[in-house]
Write a protein that binds this ligand. Structure first.
Ligand code: AHN
Ligand code: ZN
Length: 334
């Protein structure tokens, strides 16, 4: 006991001496400490509820722009985000697809602590692909997919994060954006001249027309295909190029939380996805957490852009890994 007190006094004296040496008063140090914001502990991500949000979206059927199912799902997503306490903006994003179709896209934007200057951006696409161009059955390639993993999984994780953020409160400003018309990109094997930038149309529109003038954020995190059983998330190369520190932080958090079976420190592919436009057009350092299978023909999950991308392709454990890691990352923000 006495020894402990002596140690404490010694520490205090050294600290005081250190402050005087640097020309600061000891009092100012105390003041700084008491005014700093208290860190809130990361809440527990509930995988069952995330799963049910994925299921709910898929139950609408394919969510292809200009369809009734798409409109119904937009209403569902915006009303859920309001229920979770977010300030919601549904942004009309008129865009033109690779084949000339005018798409009535809608970006759904949920803001937490909208008055705060320090913000974090989390995003995923909510539309599903109008074709199944990688389906093994050629007869089925021209019909829209359910996109349980490719679309609904990222949105489901972000919805559960929103619910937790609302319950626990958070010091930072957080924006959760569900981007539209990501997956209307030009198919590989058609007989027309290649056109650039046909994917991520909702994101490109928002980058040029953000919901707030001069919108910016400390960083952005994109979730794409984050629900399949045994998914592995490699370090995607655009993410490493534009936001290397954030890649480090997320992957190290995965290690700390015991999720290394899902997060590999090895390099993944270079994937043109929504984050590329957020990096290039809005200068917000952003990463993509995306399942990548370097040994497969498409580089993605075997069910990618097929009719097998349904609820059988969704596993609660994967949703939990991604959601818990992201909660830990954003709640450790100072
Ligand atoms: C390309 O295939 C060019 N990018 C992948 C983006 C994507 C499609 N993510 C989901 N579906
Ligand atoms: Zn897709």
């Amino acid at each position: 006991m006495i020894l402990k007190h002596i140690t404490l006094i010694t520490v205090a004296l050294i600290a005081l001496a250190g402050c005087q040496g640097s020309g600061k008063r000891a009092g100012s140090v105390t003041k700084q400490k008491s005014s700093s914001v208290k860190l809130i502990k990361a809440p527990q991500f509930n995988a069952d509820s995330a799963y049910s949000y994925v299921e709910k979206q898929v139950a609408f059927g394919p969510r292809v722009p200009n369809t009734k199912e798409h409109l119904l799902c937009a209403d569902y997503l915006s009303s859920e985000m309001k229920r979770f306490g977010a300030d919601v903006i549904v942004q009309d994003a008129p865009v033109t697809a690779f084949d000339g179709t005018e798409l009535k896209a809608k970006n759904i934007i949920g803001q937490f602590n909208p008055e705060k200057r320090n913000r974090i951006l989390l995003f995923a696409h909510w539309d599903s692909r109008p074709f199944a161009d990688h389906d093994p059955d050629p007869q089925k390639r021209n019909t829209p997919i359910l996109g349980a993993n490719d679309g609904a999984s990222g949105v489901g994780v972000l919805m559960e994060m929103a619910r937790q953020i609302n319950k626990a409160g958070i010091n930072m400003g957080v924006d959760i954006i569900f981007f539209d018309a990501e997956d209307y990109g030009m198919p590989d094997h058609i007989d027309v001249k290649y056109k650039p930038d046909t994917w991520c149309l909702g994101t490109q529109y928002w980058c040029k027309n953000p919901h707030r003038k001069d919108y910016t954020a400390r960083y952005g995190i994109l979730l794409d295909m984050v629900g399949a059983p045994d998914a592995v998330f490699y370090q995607e190369l655009y993410s490493k190029k534009f936001a290397p520190n954030l890649v480090d932080r997320v992957w190290n958090t995965a290690a700390d939380q015991g999720y290394l079976s899902y997060f590999s420190f090895e390099d993944g592919g270079q994937i043109v996805d929504d984050h590329v436009y957020v990096n290039k057009l809005r200068n917000i350092p952003s990463i993509d957490i995306i399942q990548h299978e370097p040994m497969s023909e498409t580089n993605f999950n075997a069910y990618w852009h097929t009719h097998e991308d349904n609820m059988n392709n969704i596993d609660r454990a994967t949703l939990k890994a991604v959601g818990q890691i992201l909660l830990e990352v954003i709640y450790s923000e100072k």
